[in-house]
Design a binder for this molecule. Sequence first.
Ligand code: ARG
Length: 458
Amino acid sequence: MALWGGRFEAGVAEVTQEFGASLPVDKHLYKQDIAGSKAHAKMLAAQGIISAEDEQAIAKGLTGIEQDIDAGNFTFDINDEDIHMSIESELTRRIGEAGKRLHTGRSRNDQVATDTRLGVKALAKELMEANLELRHVLVDAAKKYDKVILPGYTHMQHAQPVLLSHHLLAYSWMFARDFTRLKAAFDAADNCPLGAAALAGTSYPLDRQMTAAELGFAGVIPNSLDAVSDRDFLLDLHYAGSVMAMHLSRLSEEIVLWSSSEFGFITLSDSYSTGSSIMPQKKNPDFAELIRGKSGRVYGNLVQLLVTMKGLPLAYNKDLQEDKEGALDTAHTLMQCLSVMAGMISTWTVNEDAMARECGVGHLAATDVADYLAKRGLPFREAHAVVGHLVLMCEKRGCNLEDLPFEVFQEASPLFEHDITEALDIPSIVAARTTEGGTAPAAVAVQLQRAEAQLVVD
Ligand code: ARG
C-alpha cells in the first residue's frame, strides 16, 4: 500500500502507478532528499517534537540508505512513486517506528521543493565551475594568439581586421555574463521551503530558521503557499542555461565555418572531429555542430517549464512534478557542451596564414583610408564617398585598395600623401584602434587583464 493509502479501498491501476511516478527522475535527488530529512529530524528533536533517540535512529538509518544507494545496492521500486516515499518506506523497514515519525510537520510538497532547490544549487555550482574552465581556455587562447589578425565581419562580409585574441575574448565576456546569470539562479534557489508543509504551514512548533541553516540555505521562504508552488528558481536556471547554450551555439557556428576549407582558419584536432562512413576524406566538426544543436534542446526545456507553470493556481499541483526532468537534462547537456567546447578550443590549430590571407581580401582598410582623409579636414561623409569610388575602381580592376598606384589615390583626392601606406597596413590598422575595448594590442592587453581579474573574482 502507498504511504498515503489509508483512505483508499483499491490500489492504483498499474498504468497510473507508472504514469504518476516520478521516481525515475527524482531518484537523482536522493542525496538532497536525505539531507533534507536529516535536517528536518534534527530540528524536530531540538524542538522536542520527536525524541533524541528517534532522531539518532533516523539519521543512522538515512546514512545507511545513502551508502547503499551510493554503492548501487538499493533497489528502487516504482510502486513507491517518488524518491521521498521510496526512502521513507525503506527507512521504516530498517528502523521501524522512528521512521514513521520523520514526516511529522512535513509534506512532500515542501520536501520536494527543498530537494529541488538543493539540487538546483548544486547544478548551478557545477555549471559555474565548468563555465570558469571554458573561460580559462578562452583567455589562455587569447594570450597565445595575441599577434594573430583575422578579418572581422559584419553581415558575414569582411569589415575590419581584428586580433584573434579580441575575437576570443568577446566570447569570454559572454560566458562571464552567463556566470552571473547562473549565480542569480543559485541565489534564487537559496531559500528554504521546509516548514511550509502541504501549503499552509503546520501546527507543530517548527524552527524553520534552524532547518534552513542546517541545509545551508541563506534564508527561509516567507510565504508557505509560495514556498510549495514557486519554481522561478528553476526557470532562472533554464534561462541562464539557455543564454549560455546560445553563446555556445554561436561559438560552435564559428568553429564550423572556420574549419571549412573555404575559411581554413582553424584545424580541429582529430580527437574533436569525426569521419564519414562513406567519404574517406572527410573530417567533420561534429561536436561543434552537436553543441549548436543542443541549444534547441535547452531552449525547449525552458519553454516546457514556462508553459507547464502558466495556468497553475496556488498552491501545489501535480503538474509541478514535470519540473525536474528538463532541469536535470539542461544541466547535464550544458556540462557536456562546456567541457567539449573547452577541449575543442585547447586542442585546435590556428592557421595564421589563412587568416592573414583573408585580411588581404575585401578592402579591410577602407574605413581607415576614409578616416585618413577626414583627419586631414575632409568631412567624413565626403571622405566615405571618395574611398567608395576607389573601392569601385578596385572591383573593376580586380585588385585591392592597397594595390592601387599612388597616383590613383592622388587623383581621387589631393589630400592623399605617401604616408597613406600606413592607413593601408593591416597591423597598423589594428594597432590604431586603441579605444577602450578596441582591438589594438595595447587595448586588448588591458581587456585581457580585466578578463583575468574577473576570473579571479568569479
Ligand atoms: N513527486 C512529487 C513531485 O515531484 C512530489 C510531491 C508530491 N506531492 C503530492 N501532493 N502529490 O512533485
